[in-house]
Design a protein around this ligand. Structure first.
Ligand code: HEM
Length: 126
């Protein structure tokens, strides 16, 4: 887990709210990713990712209070994530992260984590 002051340094909840809202705007319009998510449940998925990232980066631990241990590998197994899905996720998240205009050091920390996590969650071969 990163230093707890990362959360405040990037702007706290408001920053994660913006990041995840922009990401799901992209998902809603993406022909590769949209079909993976439940028909009318994008708002709930958005809330789960937001709570998870807030907890990961040192904010409130609401995610685990509601969802338990993250177990991200296991929770993604039902979804077929091959190279195309992973690449779409990375492209949309990259543009959401870039839009935050964070100081370079914070940007790099956040992006390195998200990129590594996305690569680790590919669960189907190419
Ligand atoms: C859930 C897709 C990467 C964090 C989900 C869901 C889908 C999905 C379809 C179910 C939606 C829901 O009902 O919550 C993908 C794809 C990825 C990816 C295609 C590309 C590699 C990531 C990464 C993270 C992440 C990198 C974290 C950094 C989460 C979390 C949930 C979730 C926290 C909710 C888990 C729960 O509590 O049930 N993802 N995901 N995902 N994803 Fe991803």
């Amino acid at each position: 887990r990163p230093r707890a002051d990362f959360y405040e340094a990037v702007g706290g909840e408001a920053t994660f709210r913006t990041l995840v809202a922009r990401f799901y705007e992209g998902v809603a319009n993406d022909p590769v990713l949209r079909p993976l998510y439940p028909e009318d449940e994008l708002a709930a998925a958005e809330e789960r990712l937001r709570m998870f990232l807030i907890q990961y980066w040192g904010g409130p631990t609401t995610y685990s209070e509601q969802r338990g241990h993250p177990r991200l590998r296991m929770r993604h197994m039902p979804f077929a994530i091959g190279p195309a899905e992973r690449d779409a996720w990375i492209r949309i998240m990259k543009s959401a992260v870039d839009s935050l205009d964070l100081p370079p050091e914070l940007h790099t920390q956040l992006w390195d984590y998200l990129l590594g996590a996305a690569n680790s969650l590919q669960n189907r071969p190419g």
